[in-house]
Design a protein around this ligand. Structure first.
Ligand SMILES: [Zn+2]
Ligand SMILES: [Zn+2]
Ligand SMILES: [Zn+2]
Length: 157
């Protein structure tokens, strides 16, 4: 949960530098969508993001732009898409110097809907692929989205 240690402004600054390093630009609209994601622990749909952005700005952001921006953020590993919910979360490693070594995996709380980004060992992923292969099943996604109860919610029960 490194994300919470730094303020959203600091994360945005790091995101800007990362974009510069990759030769792309974090435009004000892209920044606005990423900022909206950073304000939340839970995943947001493109529609919810559009609403947040339009609440804050006089210049309406069409849904198409939000989708385009979200795929940009995904490409830059600044945000991730949860396929099961069709929603998006900000990457929790934006301020880390290291790259993603492994594909990010997600723990999603059923109660507060908070999303935690975690790494799964490559052994576990290989085992999963073998299971699929043995079953004659072709995997299109290797992203795990596990649901359960987070520590905060369990402690408050
Ligand atoms: Zn990430
Ligand atoms: Zn990290
Ligand atoms: Zn929770």
């Amino acid at each position: 949960m490194t994300m919470k240690i730094k303020s959203a402004a600091a994360v945005l600054l790091d995101a800007e530098h990362r974009c510069e390093d990759s030769g792309v630009k974090l435009t004000s609209r892209r920044r606005q969508v990423l900022n909206a994601l950073l304000q939340e622990d839970r995943a947001l749909s493109a529609y919810e993001l559009m609403e947040v952005c339009n609440r804050e700005s006089n210049e309406p952001m069409p849904a198409m732009s939000v989708y385009r921006i979200l795929s940009f953020l995904e490409e830059q590993s600044l945000a991730h898409k949860l396929s099961s919910a069709n929603k998006y979360v900000a990457c929790s490693h934006i301020t880390c110097a290291h790259q993603h070594y492994r594909r990010p995996q997600f723990l999603i709380c059923n109660d507060c809907t908070k999303v935690q980004e975690v790494e799964v060992s490559s052994e576990a992923l290989v085992a999963m692929e073998q299971v699929a292969e043995t079953a004659g099943f072709h995997l299109e996604s290797r992203q795990l989205e596990l649901s359960g109860i987070c520590n905060d919610c369990r402690n408050s029960q």
